[in-house]
Ligand binder design. Structure first.
Ligand code: SF4
Length: 220
C-alpha cells in the first residue's frame, strides 16, 4: 500500500505546487513567538479571523512578559472573537509564564520542549517548528488535510494523530511543512467540503474520489 502511494503523493505534490506556487502558512506572524500565539488562537477559528485579531494583539503584546502583565479578563476581551477565549487566555498566559521562567523568554526549538507548554499540542508544535524554524517534525493535520487525505485515499483514519502517522511514511520529509499548505490551499479553492469542483481539479487524475469517476460528489 505504502509503496504504491509514495509515487502518487509525489505527483500530487508536484501538481499542487504548480497550482499554488504561493502556498504558505496563512497565519500572519513575524517571529516564532507570534506564530505560537496565533496557532493557539486558531483552534476552532478561521485563520482569517485570527489574523484580524492578531493585527492589534501583536502591537499590544510583544514579549511573553507582556501577556503576564494584564489581568486575564483584559486578555480575554482582546481575543474574544476567536472563540473559546477563556481557555485560550489560560493557554496563552500559561505558555507565557513557562517561556519566561524556563526558556528565557524564547520559544524552544524541540518538539519535546514545545509540548511542555500549556495548551500546546502536537499540531501547534508542528506548525511552529516547521514554519518558524524550518524544522519538519511531523505533518500538520487540520480539517482540510483530514478531508483531502480521506478523499485522496491517503488515510482512512479519523483522528489527526493517526492521519499524521499515515502521512509521515508516504510524504517525503522535505515536504512535510509544505504538504499541508498545499492541501489547505486546494481545499479552500477547489476541493471544498460541500461542493468539490472535481472538473477543475489539478489532481483529478490522481484522485480515487473524483465525481468524474464515481458520479457522486465526494462527501455527499
Ligand atoms: S478530484 Fe474532486 S475530490 Fe478529488 S481532490 Fe479533486 S476536487 Fe477533491
Amino acid at each position: 500500500m505504502t509503496i504504491e502511494l509514495k509515487p502518487r503523493v509525489r505527483k500530487i505534490i508536484q501538481r499542487l505546487k504548480r497550482a499554488y506556487p504561493d502556498a504558505k502558512c496563512s497565519l500572519n506572524h513575524t517571529n516564532a513567538f507570534e506564530l505560537l500565539i496565533a496557532t493557539i488562537l486558531s483552534a476552532q477559528c478561521t485563520d482569517a479571523r485570527v489574523n484580524i485579531v492578531t493585527q492589534d494583539l501583536f502591537r499590544k503584546y510583544r514579549r511573553p512578559e507582556d501577556y503576564l502583565q494584564v489581568p486575564a479578563k483584559e486578555l480575554e476581551r482582546d481575543i474574544r472573537t476567536t472563540g473559546f477565549f477563556r481557555n485560550k487566555t489560560k493557554s496563552i498566559q500559561g505558555t507565557a509564564k513557562v517561556l519566561t521562567e524556563e526558556f528565557g523568554g524564547q520559544v524552544p526549538e524541540t518538539i519535546e520542549e514545545l509540548l511542555e507548554l500549556p495548551g500546546v499540542a502536537r499540531k501547534t508544535a508542528n506548525v511552529v517548528l516547521g514554519n518558524a524554524f524550518g524544522r519538519p517534525a511531523g505533518v500538520v493535520v487540520d480539517t482540510h488535510v483530514t478531508r483531502l487525505s480521506h478523499r485522496l485515499g491517503l488515510s482512512a483514519e479519523k483522528t489527526a494523530e493517526k492521519i499524521e502517522q499515515d502521512l509521515i511514511p508516504i510524504v517525503p520529509k522535505k515536504e512535510w511543512v509544505m504538504f499541508p499548505h498545499l492541501l489547505i490551499a486546494h481545499g479552500r479553492a477547489i476541493c471544498k467540503a460541500r461542493n468539490p469542483l472535481c472538473a477543475e481539479c489539478a489532481i483529478e487524475k490522481l484522485c480515487p474520489s473524483s465525481s468524474l469517476k464515481t458520479g457522486v460528489l465526494p462527501g455527499s
